[in-house]
Design a protein around this ligand. Structure first.
Ligand code: DAK
Length: 260
């Protein structure tokens, strides 16, 4: 698929997906969502890629939201379809086997904050600004924000942010647990790459099984979740990389993982 609204770069083990509509502050319209879906499929199928970073093109925005010009004329039926489409793509991102790091500079509003929340790890620049401003536009978060925000930061704080539509800066987002780290803006991508490199050195199947166990387990009761963990632990021990990882420890050498 030829991309017009995103850029997908690949370097060795790393894929970097840029949301690339800087004139609209990278707002998400349907075409952009479709291209993100295609990029997720591409990266998922590419055996060389271990980690994906998602960021925004330009200096001003990660993503300033779902595209208001696109949404304004939608009928109820069309809006429900658009919301379900966006939710599906956020979910694809959330459950893809490879870890996804959001590198967030500037505005991460509405659908932008929701896109970041569907990623595994959020790294913010010190100029990042987060909000769920939807109720000020007469709607509610429609790409999973009403569900992921309370799971990440707690129900009371999620309700406050959603009802007031307040902007919060990066340091507050860090305090609330919405982002993992905050860096000076000019260091953000270097730090995201460093984290990606660290993850890429680990056993890829084990990282994927850990992602699965955490993701599925977070939706289950503790006993069911423990069962999921045990299943995934068992899966790890059916890989060559587990034999290699533990063998290398016992032989006092560095492991060489093969993704097998
Ligand atoms: N959509 C479309 N265009 C946008 C946009 C957006 N979300 N955000 C910015 N732009 C466009 C502006 O219209 C402007 O375009 P031109 O006028 O140059 O053509 C260009 O980007 C630059 O923006 P500004 O001139 O406004 O730049 P400033 O630096 O002055 O202000 C700003 C930046 C981010 C504070 C401001 O642009 C702003 O307030 N933008 C809107 C932010 C926002 O409210 N975002 C949340 C959108 S609502 C659902 C599905 C999904 C959702 C909800 C329901 N269902 C289907 C049920 C999700 C909703 C949202 O995400």
């Amino acid at each position: 698929m030829a991309y017009e609204n995103i850029i997908l770069e690949k370097e060795d083990y790393l894929a970097i997906l840029y949301i690339n509509r800087p004139k609209a502050l990278n707002a998400l319209n349907k075409d952009t969502l479709t291209e993100i879906r295609s990029a997720i499929e591409d990266v998922s199928a590419d055996e060389a890629i271990r980690v994906m970073i998602i960021t925004g093109s330009g200096d001003k925005a990660f993503v300033a939201g779902a595209d208001i010009a696109y949404m304004q004329p939608l009928s109820g039926v069309e809006a429900r379809e658009f919301s379900a489409y966006g939710e599906k793509i956020m979910r694809m991102l959330e459950i893809m086997e490879k870890p996804v790091i959001a590198a967030i500079k500037g505005f991460a509003l509405g659908g932008g904050c929701e896109l970041a929340m569907a990623c595994d790890i959020r790294l913010a620049a010190d100029n990042a600004l987060f909000a769920q401003p939807e109720v000020g536009l007469g709607v509610i978060p429609g790409f999973g924000g009403t569900q992921r925000l309370p799971r990440l930061i707690g129900e009371g704080r999620a309700k406050e942010l959603t009802y007031t539509a307040d902007n919060i800066k990066a340091d507050e987002a860090y305090r609330l647990g919405l982002v993992n780290h905050v860096y000076p803006a000019d260091q953000l991508m270097d730090e995201a790459r460093k984290m990606a490199a660290k993850i890429a050195k680990k056993a890829p199947l084990a990282v994927g099984y850990a992602k699965y166990a955490i993701g599925k387990g977070m939706q289950a009761d503790l006993d069911t979740a423990m069962g999921i963990e045990a299943d995934m632990f068992g899966m790890c021990c059916s890989t060559l990389d587990q034999k290699e990882g533990m063998g290398a420890f016992l032989e006092k050498r560095k492991p060489v993982f093969q993704n097998k």
